[in-house]
Ligand binder design. Sequence first.
Ligand SMILES: Cc1ncc(COP(=O)(O)O)c(C=O)c1O
Length: 464
Amino acid sequence: MSRAGVQDSGLPPSLGGLPASYGAASGIRDWGLGKLHVGGLINTGRGNDGATHHRCSMLPPCIARSGSGWYRGNIVRIYLDYNATAPVPAEVADAVSTALRECPGNASSIHAFGQRAKALLDDARSAVARLIGGEPSEIVFTAGGTEADNLAVRGVAESQKDGARSAVITTAIEHEAVLNAVRLLGRRGWPVSLLPVGASGVVAADALARAFDAGGDSAPALVSVMLVNNELGTVQPVKAMAALSRARGVPFHTDAVQAVGRIPVNVRDLGVDLLSIAGHKFGAPKGVGALWVRRGLVLQPQSIGGRQERGRRAGTENVPAIEGLGVAAERAARRMSSEAPRQAALRDRLEQGILAKVPGTAVNGDPGARVPNTTNISFEGVEGESMVIALDLDGIAVSTGSACSSGTLEPSHVLRAIGLAPARVESAVRFSLGEGTTDAEIDRVLDVVPAVVARLRARGRGRG
Ligand SMILES: Cc1ncc(COP(=O)(O)O)c(C=O)c1O
């Protein structure tokens, strides 16, 4: 196989067949343990343009799905990092590829090509709206969760009349997409209030009531509380908090990036005003998402230009990616009721197995208030980053926290915010499962993890 002027990887085509999107991420990181290539071998070759190309042979056929597992050559690779991103299922990849090849028009054009593109957008808009119980006209397509969060937080705050700058309330465990948007508002004069979160990883609804009381008569501009925390998987009492907000007439945004597609989410039932979605967490391509905006809510667009998305987000829509988002939304709606209990059973077996087999382990966050696919476990005496590297060498992909913060070696702001001791924060590892996770994979992880922990602890003792 030869693509895009890059030399053939030379690996057997029998393991091929993955959509190109699987090859998107690769990188070399220097962890001080020598160079580790995350995700595959590197090929160097001369392309058609005569230039030397370095390319990861992680592109098919290097890592391939075969039967119940992922393989590189004959090494099993187990992906337990679905909260960072989920693989794109063949059904979605096919839909994206068909749209790319067969739908060249701009959805704003009035000719037949444009109308065809618009029809794809309309279908996808309806599918996303159905998944969350909203109206198609309330969906604003974005380039992912971060953009949706920015549009919600900044868009609502900046739409205040006469340049008013009333308080913005959020929690200390939000994703950086919300936290940094709120911090920016803080620097520009909006008073900011961060609700504290206890060891359970679940914010108490009455913390919001207290924040409202502390503000006296002045109504805040916005409350933003995530539905599911990305590191702990804990579900926040959004419905109760949105009700408190509504009683005060304060717009309420929820970042539901880690919830949509995994657990039932209904915007009317939650009573929120804005809700963020990221497609790549449930099988759509990376770089596409949506913001649901309750009809009638005024929002200051953050991207200025044409009238796309009813004037709420300028720029030509990414039709193939949005088509993928629509198909992924339909697929999630079909599969959720069987996938959620299946993943919960696997997650619980993984968690109980680790707690039983590895002394000095503890689960972070309230195990009773979580999405089905996530567990966050601290391993006493072991650095989380070392665990991630050691497990990767054994073919198991996990993470220390959110994909954006892991890689910075900054201790997790979420685990610090819930009051964990520094040693427990630094030894935390997140396992997040998905629809590809199998029983056999959990068996293998339960074999590997105790040995890896013992090795790392022995090395730590050796260093004294
Ligand atoms: C809770 C949460 N919000 C927002 C984002 C950002 O989404 P995206 O990666 O699509 O920009 C993430 C990504 O991990 C997330 O977990």
